[in-house]
Design a protein around this ligand. Structure first.
Ligand code: AR6
Length: 187
């Protein structure tokens, strides 16, 4: 994991690497509503984490989530063989031009994941760039929403006082788009 930026209080880190390698309390999966796997980071998490993750997703579909996980929501499972302890699955919006509540749905993903991390008393969480791959959300716009939503959550949630939040990008170019969109200077 290559760290490009750390906030002054040390609680937000922007890095380049494979999110499946990070030993955080939780990594976030940019899943789809079926929770039954897919490509992108979802495929990478299931293949690195092994069948225990999919088994727990199937169990959720057979119990509390018969219609799947709606966009903007989040649910936690085991992390199987991953170095992380938990996987928090969330479903980002599919980009449809911006007039279909995509911004709010994306913000909700970040908030719901953090809220679950609080419930589970986790101390670190790593986010991929939700919706900016297969789901086509413009990267710069998503970057601002991701950063601002997390900052607002941390500022307004006393229980989140000690959580460390990673923003992990698969490509250095995507990490730089994120840094620039949020006015951060590369170290
Ligand atoms: N580590 C970190 N980031 C990654 C990794 C990785 N191992 N692999 C990909 N990314 P995407 P979405 C980045 O397409 O847009 C799936 O099929 C990638 O470069 O994974 O929310 C699901 O099942 C991009 O910046 O997620 C859904 O059907 C970011 O992760 C759909 O894709 C998100 O890209 C969700 O699409």
């Amino acid at each position: 994991m290559k760290e490009l930026y750390r906030s002054d209080n040390g609680r937000c880190i922007i890095a380049v690497g494979d999110i499946t390698n990070i030993a955080c309390d939780a990594i976030v999966n940019a899943a789809n509503s079926s929770l039954l796997g897919g490509g992108g980071v979802d495929g990478a998490i299931h293949s690195a984490g092994g069948p225990a993750i999919l088994a727990e997703c199937r169990a959720l579909r057979n119990s509390s989530l018969p219609n799947g996980l709606p966009p903007g929501k989040a649910v936690a499972t085991t992390a199987g063989r991953l170095p992380a302890r938990r996987v928090i699955h969330t479903v980002g919006p599919i980009w449809q031009g911006g007039a279909y509540g995509e911004d709010e749905t994306l913000a909700s993903c970040y908030r719901e994941c953090l809220a679950l991390a609080m419930i589970e008393q986790l101390k670190s969480i790593a986010f991929p760039a939700i919706s900016t791959g297969i789901y086509g959300f413009p990267k710069e716009r998503a970057a601002k929403i991701a950063w601002n939503t997390v900052q607002d959550y941390l500022a307004s949630t006393p229980e989140a006082a000690s959580i460390i939040v990673w923003f992990v990008f698969f490509s250095e170019i995507d990490a730089h788009i994120f840094l620039e969109a949020n006015g951060k200077i590369k170290l």
